[in-house]
Design a protein. Structure first.
Length: 263
């Protein structure tokens, strides 16, 4: 059984103080985009993952199912690794969904959500349709009705790497990032109520001068996705997105894509 694992962007990422469980409170807007890995999962005597030797999340997802057999998995990677696009989480969610469908007694959706949440905060999102509002540690989800008539330009700058997640949050705390959390959440809620993606607050965890460049090239919203380093620009037309992509094609990897609804 084969299925697509889509990348995501965070149209907003507002981060607050530490929770009692040691994670940060956050509010984020998840948007799936049409950049995909292909995942094939079949029952086997033991679990073997081909195509992406660095994988750990798919293996964790399949182990969480506690099936009476193993799995043969093939990953065809197109989503860049450690880029803020959720490729590993999406691969894990897709493998979990495909494997679950092949069990004699599949887990119910709520149970699958809990298994996914135990693997990573972004993983549950990829089990659902459409844009989602993530709250708590990101695993509490609610569907959103958002405009989907835009084109997405993704820019992964050359020679930029993503710091560890722990370091990103440590830096956020060191600069007193949680201060003003409630006000930023209120701004996010107002933008969502108005359906105005341009009015969403900027990413709390990461920023990039490339976002300002993208806005200068016609993006009505531009920001870093997740903890980066990928920067996205939202454009009203493919022509404008292509013009902007030409500016960046010698400075990093670029993709022109569009919103996607479900894997």
């Amino acid at each position: 059984m084969t299925g697509p694992a889509h990348a995501k962007i965070n149209l907003a990422l507002v981060v607050g103080p530490l929770r009692p469980d040691g994670k940060h409170e956050l509010v984020t807007v998840y948007q799936r985009v049409d950049l995909v890995d292909d995942i094939t999962v079949e029952p086997a005597a033991s679990t073997d993952v081909e195509g992406f030797p660095e994988d750990t999340l798919v293996r964790a997802a399949l182990a969480a199912l506690d099936a009476p057999h193993g799995w043969r998995v093939r990953i065809e990677k197109r989503i860049p690794v450690a880029a803020g696009l959720g490729g590993g989480s999406s691969d894990a969610a897709t493998a979990l969904r495909l494997a679950n469908a092949q069990l004699d007694e599949p887990h119910r959706p709520a149970e699958l959500h809990e298994l996914a949440a135990g693997i990573g905060a972004d993983v549950p999102f990829f089990l659902y349709e459409g844009p989602q509002l993530g709250t708590g540690d990101g695993t509490t989800l609610a569907p959103l009705e958002l405009p989907q008539d835009f084109v997405v330009l993704l820019v992964l700058p050359d020679a930029e790497t993503k710091p560890s997640t722990g370091q990103v949050y440590a830096d956020f705390d060191a600069r007193r990032g949680p201060v003003g959390f409630d006000a930023r959440v209120a701004a996010l809620e107002r933008a969502l109520a108005a359906g105005d993606l341009a009015a969403l607050p900027p990413n709390d965890l990461a920023s990039s001068p490339l976002a300002e460049e993208l806005r200068g090239l016609g993006a009505f919203r531009a920001d870093v996705s997740g903890a980066g380093p990928t920067v996205y620009g939202l454009f009203e037309s493919e022509g404008r997105a292509r013009d902007a992509a030409a500016v960046f094609d010698r400075r990093g990897r670029v993709w022109i894509t569009k919103p996607a609804w479900y894997g």
